[in-house]
Write a protein that binds this ligand. Structure first.
Ligand code: UDX
Length: 428
């Protein structure tokens, strides 16, 4: 089928790469001319495993093209996916101006019947507003649908090629059949429903995962008080299939472009209907306090932070990504710096983005170098490669052998054997 994708961000590019791999002819429209030029030269705008290879393969086979011109992408498209950003406004609401802008642009360029699908995460009712914007501008026949995206950064291609479920929300049988065909070659259950329900499935899924994380973080805080081990608690809980093992890793809380924004947006949406979503409010609060609590532990173990040398391992909001949006690591680094600490940071992928966010941050090119003269080493992102660093050599380099592990990544017994004072979250 002929597909147009609006927006060359995470969702847009990953969808484009996967749809072209499935054999569809895909054209991506992106307004940022630099991004278009880079993509044409085979450069992906962010780090995502396997994405550059798939994009190159699809471009070479002629299945994928990129343009900044709606007139090139829209008139022939049978299905148009809106994949633009919905950044958070100061009041917690998502900014929908890019979604509505895309709807207007689509309306001016469609020439035949098509299905306009919203893949951006949007509050309930947004896809209907998209429909109205297009209907006000054209007499042509079209349908709208909501197909939320569940990809995780760092494993986005794998998630999109092997989805657990594909949610198709539309009131039109014709659109539903077309979207079932578009996704035909992918595995996973199909959930066909109405537009509003599809929109809320995405928010409910992210809010539930965020709830699991805040829940286990509160259990970790309690474990600290009573001298229990939260990692073993998580194993003991997660083996019950009704609970499940995933998203029970305690630490300094969730970050990224989705959970913080989507939980706040859902809470805001509930309030706008005079519904006080108390549980979600607590999830958001716990997540904010978890990184502050870790900062308290740092102060408690190191005393006055002024002039202290702190080595930080991990700047990204999680492992396998270069994304630093809402990263707990960057919050903690800026608090440390405010209190006079001298921070040296390392991340396998996120150093350029971290430097853009915190221009004064000093970074080192080798992970082990954060240990040089350090008063403490902090682990703030769960990169598995940090486990295999030469910790014995790092022990020799530090001034003060203290590790504060905000991701419960390292083996406490091993670290203590090497002579480190080792502290983590909810583990003795
Ligand atoms: C998330 C959802 O998983 C995905 O389905 C949705 O489409 C977008 O939002 P992503 O933001 O890429 O994906 O990251 P995810 O892997 O879910 O992690 C989010 C945050 O939670 C990270 O900061 C991570 O460190 C933290 N996390 C995750 C925990 O603290 N503990 C866990 O057990 C799992």
């Amino acid at each position: 089928m002929k597909i147009a994708i609006i927006g060359a961000g995470y969702v847009g590019l990953v969808s484009a790469a996967v749809f072209s791999k499935l054999g569809h002819k895909v054209c991506v429209v992106e307004k940022n001319k630099d991004r278009v030029a880079n993509l044409k030269a085979g450069k992906a705008p962010f780090y995502e495993p396997n994405l550059p290879e798939l994009l190159k393969e699809a471009t070479k086979s002629g299945k994928l093209s990129v343009t900044d011109d709606y007139a090139q992408a829209i008139p022939n498209a049978e299905v148009i996916f809106i994949c633009v950003g919905t950044p958070m406004l100061a009041n917690g609401e998502p900014d929908l101006s890019y979604v509505f802008g895309a709807a207007k642009d689509i309306a001016h360029h469609i020439k035949n019947y098509c299905v306009v699908v919203d893949k951006s995460t949007v509050p309930v009712g947004t896809t209907e507003k998209v429909k109205k914007i297009i209907a006000d501008a054209t007499k042509l026949d079209f349908d709208v649908a909501s197909c939320p995206e569940f990809l995780r950064e760092g494993s986005a291609i794998e998630n999109t090629l092997n989805p657990d479920r594909i949610v198709i929300g539309t009131d039109s049988k014709r659109a539903r059949d077309i979207l079932l065909e578009v996704h035909g070659k992918l595995p996973g259950e199909r959930v066909t429903t109405d537009i509003r329900t599809a929109e809320i499935i995405k928010y409910a899924s992210n809010a539930f995962l965020a709830t699991k994380i805040s829940f286990i973080n509160e259990i970790a805080n309690l474990c600290d008080e009573v001298g229990a081990n939260v990692d073993d608690v998580a194993v003991g809980m997660g083996l019950d299939p009704r609970i499940g093992k995933a998203f029970l890793k305690a630490g300094i809380g969730y970050g990224g472009s989705c959970f913080p924004k989507d939980t706040k947006a859902l809470h805001h949406m509930a309030l706008s209907k005079d519904y006080n979503f108390k549980l979600l409010r607590a999830v958001i609060e716990v997540n904010g306090s978890q990184r502050r609590k870790f900062m308290g532990t740092i102060r408690n173990k190191l005393g006055d932070l002024n002039e202290k040398n702190i080595g930080v391992l991990g700047l990204a909001f999680k492992n396998n990504t270069d994304d630093v949006r809402e990263s707990a690591a960057l919050d903690i680094i800026s608090w440390l710096t405010k209190e006079g600490a001298k921070v040296k940071g390392y991340d396998p992928e996120a150093m350029p983005n971290a430097k853009k966010a915190l221009p004064a941050l000093t970074t080192v090119n080798k992970a082990e170098d954060v240990a040089v003269d350090a008063d403490a080493i902090l682990i703030l992102t769960e990169w598995s490669k940090f486990v295999d660093l030469n910790w014995a050599e790092m022990r020799r380099k530090v001034k003060n052998p203290v590790i504060l592990d905000g991701r419960n990544l390292l083996n406490s017994v091993k670290m203590r054997k090497l002579g480190f004072k080792y502290y983590s979250v909810g583990r003795p």
